[in-house]
Design a protein around this ligand. Structure first.
Ligand SMILES: NCc1[nH]cc(CCC(=O)O)c1CC(=O)O
Length: 315
């Protein structure tokens, strides 16, 4: 009766494969009678490397091919970095599990400088994230922010080749790939708000596949889910795709009753940052995310985002 083989659709980057292997190991740990196979595939986001991500357009560049594979029954589950997962799912698919969160902070990586504050005037910083760019520019308008694409290893190589004085990456990716020694400084959320879902791995599957769902159940982390759902609700209400100058970060208090959510929308050039925060019962996390978004919109985030979306559609 039970499905003895679980097929995991995954991208082929080192980080994606690490995350798929992690889910495979977890599934095998909880169920000793199943076989888990990886089904590696290439996504549009992996192919279009020469265009700044913000200009490529379209949501879910890194997940669509994986979803089609599940819908066509060539795979059973897909493992994603939550921050790359669009807020809405195609008919027939859903986010079943959110695994325990790795460090959500951004990492300052440099071969020369020990921290952001040490960067000299005009230093060249690599990042293709509008979220990182607007927060860097707000604090340090002198910095020369240049686009940086590719998977984690490609980005590190470009840094090592001397194209940049420093780059910003997610700590989680470096930690998972056992390269945490490359992290010169963990940038605290107060200084740079992470992306929604940063550091969390999510598992998507067919909504009618009860067998797979029961196999996945032990991998769930309720605390991470509460945090990530509040963050995603804020992004959803802002209609934020994956390439937007939006930060959102939630934490849960010690007795697991309250969620504290902080959000930010920034003009890409850093000339304006609209920030706010909200606290409330954990069960209302998504409503709080929505409420926070409405506040940001009413304080000018609507104009900033309209500008960003029209820029990315015009070229
Ligand atoms: N957008 C690419 C991406 N998606 C997830 C991670 C890192 C791992 C994570 O956030 O779980 C990265 C790389 C980065 O931002 O440095």
């Amino acid at each position: 009766m039970t499905n003895k083989t679980v097929r995991i659709a995954t991208r082929k980057s080192a980080l994606a494969l690490w995350q798929a292997e992690y889910v495979k190991a977890q599934l095998e740990h909880f169920h000793d009678d199943i076989t888990v196979e990886l089904v590696p595939m290439t996504t549009k986001g992996d192919v279009i490397l020469d265009t700044p991500l913000a200009k490529v357009g379209g949501k879910g560049l890194f997940v669509k091919e994986l979803e089609v594979a599940m819908l066509e029954n060539r795979a059973d589950i897909a493992v994603h970095s939550m921050k790359d997962v669009p807020v809405d799912f195609p008919e027939g698919l859903g986010l079943e599990v959110i695994c325990p969160r790795e460090d959500p902070r951004d990492a300052f990586v440099s071969n020369t400088y020990k921290a952001l504050a040490d960067l000299p005037e005009g230093a060249i910083v690599g990042t293709s994230s509008l979220r990182r760019q607007c927060q860097l520019k707000a604090k340090r308008p002198d910095l020369d922010i240049r686009d940086l694409r590719g998977n984690v290893n490609t980005r590190l190589r470009k840094l090592d080749d001397g194209e940049y004085d420093a780059i910003i990456l997610a700590s989680a990716g470096l930690i998972r790939l056992e390269m945490s020694e490359r992290i010169a400084q963990f940038i605290e959320p107060e200084e740079m708000l992470p992306a929604n879902g940063q550091g969390a791995v999510g598992i998507e599957c067919r909504t009618d596949d009860d067998n797979i769902k029961s196999l996945l159940a032990p991998l769930e982390c309720a605390t991470t889910r509460a945090r990530v759902l509040a963050e995603r609700a804020m992004n959803k209400a802002l209609e934020g795709g994956c390439q937007v100058p939006i930060g959102s970060y939630a934490i849960i208090n010690e007795d697991n009753s309250q969620v504290y959510l902080r959000g930010l929308v920034g003009a890409v050039d850093g000339s304006e940052l609209i920030e706010s925060e909200i606290t409330g019962p954990i069960a209302e996390g998504e409503a709080l995310g929505n409420q926070l978004a409405q506040e940001l919109l009413s304080r000018g985030a609507d104009k900033i985002l309209a500008q960003v979306y029209s820029d990315s559609n015009n070229d």
